[in-house]
Write a protein that binds this ligand. Structure first.
Ligand SMILES: Nc1ncnc2c1ncn2[C@@H]1O[C@H](COP(=O)(O)OP(=O)(O)OP(=O)(O)O)[C@@H](O)[C@H]1O
Length: 288
């Protein structure tokens, strides 16, 4: 599988927080969801992918190219979608088209107007009058109109109502149909990812916990439920985290096979969703 983004041994230090020796690949043609609690380093990582932040050391390659020598080419092929209005807020979409279109070799006017209609966006109304959802759609329409191969989004569904969120997710799936595009987006809405993501990159405290396909995650991780009498120092080795209650234990494992070997059918093994994986891996050191 080809990777469109490759971060190798990347380090960025702030006072009180750092991303150190980060290796992260974004596979081509798939949707990768980027998860992690507040302050995990997701935006910092996205900014490094966009060359909005320079790492102190390490390599950032997009489409196999370096920003130092190919910044313009890389940026032409990326659509960066944000919810906040990055354009002068008094402008309308007609003005924005006039400014943005000449900047892209691949700009496609008919496609731009097609999306304006499909997304129900007014061309003559100032962006400052747009709702958050409309701003998101406007930003996405612009990215699509220059045929961006890689769409990077920082929390695109935050603050959107459930219907709009669903609409946006369907749209993202739709634009993946041609098989050439790649989407990478950060989110706290793990249920969105259960719905559309192919890959999940999970970050915690500036470190990558894992970057796996949804299928690998569901094969490795599971919630295990059973009686407290089954737990001892040896059997607990199979778990990432164990939660005890008077009625029994509930635990997260990253090795379903080992649990089956140890416990047989004395426990219940259920699929772990992303929220459970994030919750139970909090504070745990040895994970993958
Ligand atoms: N320019 C900066 N200067 C100093 N510290 C920074 C800067 N940018 C980010 N940080 C710090 O880096 C840490 C990670 O922030 P980042 O925004 O990357 O996290 P995040 O995972 O995107 O969080 P959230 O989900 O809340 O958006 C935070 O502690 C933040 O305060």
């Amino acid at each position: 599988m080809k990777n469109v983004v490759e971060l190798k041994d990347v380090t960025k230090k702030f006072k009180g927080f750092s991303v150190e020796h980060l290796d992260l690949q974004v596979p081509q043609g798939l949707i990768t969801g980027f998860i992690g609690e507040n302050g995990a380093g997701k935006s910092t990582t996205i900014k490094m992918m966009m060359n909005l932040l320079r790492p102190e050391s390490g390599d950032v390659k997009v489409f196999g190219l370096d920003y130092q020598t190919h910044e313009k080419e890389i940026k032409e092929r990326i659509g960066f979608v944000y919810d906040s209005n990055v354009f002068f807020e008094g402008l309308n979409l007609k003005d924005i088209r006039r400014i943005v279109a000449p900047a892209y070799k691949q700009w496609d006017d008919p496609l731009f107007y097609k999306y304006m209609e499909q997304f129900n966006l007014p061309l003559n109304k100032a962006i400052k009058t747009f709702s958050k959802g409309m701003q998101m759609k406007a930003s996405l329409a612009i990215a699509l109109s220059h045929h961006a191969e890689l769409i990077i989004m920082d929390e695109p569904t935050a603050g959107l109502d459930p219907n709009f969120r669903r609409e946006l997710l369907e749209l993202l799936q739709e634009i993946m149909m041609d098989g050439k595009r790649t989407i990478f987006f950060s989110t706290h809405m793990t249920t969105d990812l259960d719905r559309i993501a192919d890959y999940i990159a999970f970050m915690r405290n500036g470190e990558l916990v894992f970057n796996k396909s949804i299928q690998e995650i569901s094969e490795h991780y599971a919630i295990v439920k059973g009686g407290l009498d089954l737990l001892d120092r040896d059997t607990e080795q199979d778990f990432v985290h164990v939660h005890r209650a008077p009625t029994g234990f509930q635990a997260l494992t990253n090795n379903v096979q080992a649990v089956e070997d140890t416990f047989g059918d004395t426990v219940i093994i259920e699929r772990a969703n992303l929220e459970e994986i994030m919750y139970y891996t909090k504070g745990e050191k040895h994970l993958v």
